[in-house]
Design a protein around this ligand. Structure first.
Ligand code: C2E
Ligand code: CA
Ligand code: CA
Ligand code: CA
Length: 279
């Protein structure tokens, strides 16, 4: 028993060492990734359940490293957040999305709203509203085409400052949504003081919504809460027709997920929109 304990202890530290070595190496490789053009964006369509049309997309970051292969944003975003690279990367994401939106408008694609994930570091920068406003002007994109996704944790850490930041973004016509809604803890009383347009129902509530009564109750409650405050709802991670039917029945406004489409490279996204909307 003693031997076992010792072995598993050694194994544990070895695994931890390997893990921190990978984090360090990835952080280093990420520094060059941006200049070397290893980052790109994919766009996942968002569909309205009220008129079955594509109303928007979420921009999702991808990293293809020659050395590490495809590294998921779930792994490299937290690294970029801890070593400060997220500021430059986040700026690149915003510029790229706005350039893409401008190009789609020029090509006569029906106007859509693209949602961009913000990290806490970006959201906490005092000049963010000004900065995004300037980028929108430079790109010649209407502010209503841009939506910024925040998390409950980002909003609740310092609710007063967050509310102010949201007001300023809102005054510039930029739309805001709360990502992964229901997984963090948000004080519902604050919600009404935030200038938000949309709640994103987290995929953990969507997965078993066809069979799980608790998930059904949670989805219903989120939709009712949102609607009573004049907000809309979008469900994430919708993979099946059953999930879609269930969400439609509960009054959810929009869906996003593999059932409708995986995240697509820009050219394929454009084709997808044209095929679906006859544009
Ligand atoms: P998220 O914002 O919650 O994004 C949703 C994730 O669910 C994405 O994973 C998406 O590809 C995935 N997904 C979409 N539909 C389905 C589905 O039907 N089933 C399942 N199982 N998954 C689905 P992804 O692209 O790996 O991104 C992971 C996370 O990385 C994102 O979670 C977001 O927090 C972060 N992230 C991605 N791009 C950016 C970015 O540009 N900036 C920042 N700050 N974070 C980003
Ligand atoms: Ca998101
Ligand atoms: Ca999410
Ligand atoms: Ca998430």
């Amino acid at each position: 028993v003693k031997e076992d304990g010792r072995n598993s202890y050694c194994f544990f530290t070895a695994a931890m060492q390997e893990r921190s070595a990978r984090i360090l190496a990835l952080g280093h490789a990420l520094k060059q990734a941006q200049q070397r053009g290893e980052l790109h964006l994919v766009y996942q369509p968002q569909m309205s359940l009220t008129n079955d049309s594509i109303v928007g997309a979420e921009a999702l970051l991808r990293w293809n490293s020659p050395q590490w292969g495809a590294v998921s944003p779930g792994e490299f975003i937290p690294i970029a957040e801890s070593n400060g690279l997220i500021v430059g990367i986040g700026e690149w994401v915003l510029r790229s999305v706005l350039a893409q939106l401008r190009a789609w408008l020029d090509q006569g694609l029906p106007p859509i709203t693209v949602a961009v994930n913000l990290s806490a570091v970006q959201f906490n920068q005092p000049d963010l509203p000004e900065f995004v406003g300037r980028l929108l002007e430079e790109a010649g994109v209407p502010p209503s085409c841009l939506e910024l996704e925040l998390t409950e944790a980002m909003a609740m850490k310092n609710p007063e400052a967050a509310a102010q930041q949201m007001r300023e973004l809102n005054q510039r016509g930029i739309r805001l949504s709360i990502d992964d809604f229901g997984t963090g803890y948000s004080s519902l009383s604050y919600l009404k003081r935030f200038c938000i347009h949309k709640l994103k129902i987290d995929q953990s509530f969507v997965r078993d919504i066809g069979s799980d009564a608790d998930d059904q109750a949670i989805a219903t409650a989120i939709v009712q809460l949102a609607h009573s405050m004049g907000l809309s709802t979008i469900a994430e991670g919708v993979e099946t027709a059953e999930q879609l039917a269930c969400l439609r029945y509960r009054g959810c406004d929009e869906i996003q997920g593999y059932y409708f489409s995986r995240p697509l490279p820009p050219a394929q996204f454009e084709q997808f929109v044209r095929a679906r909307m006859g544009a």
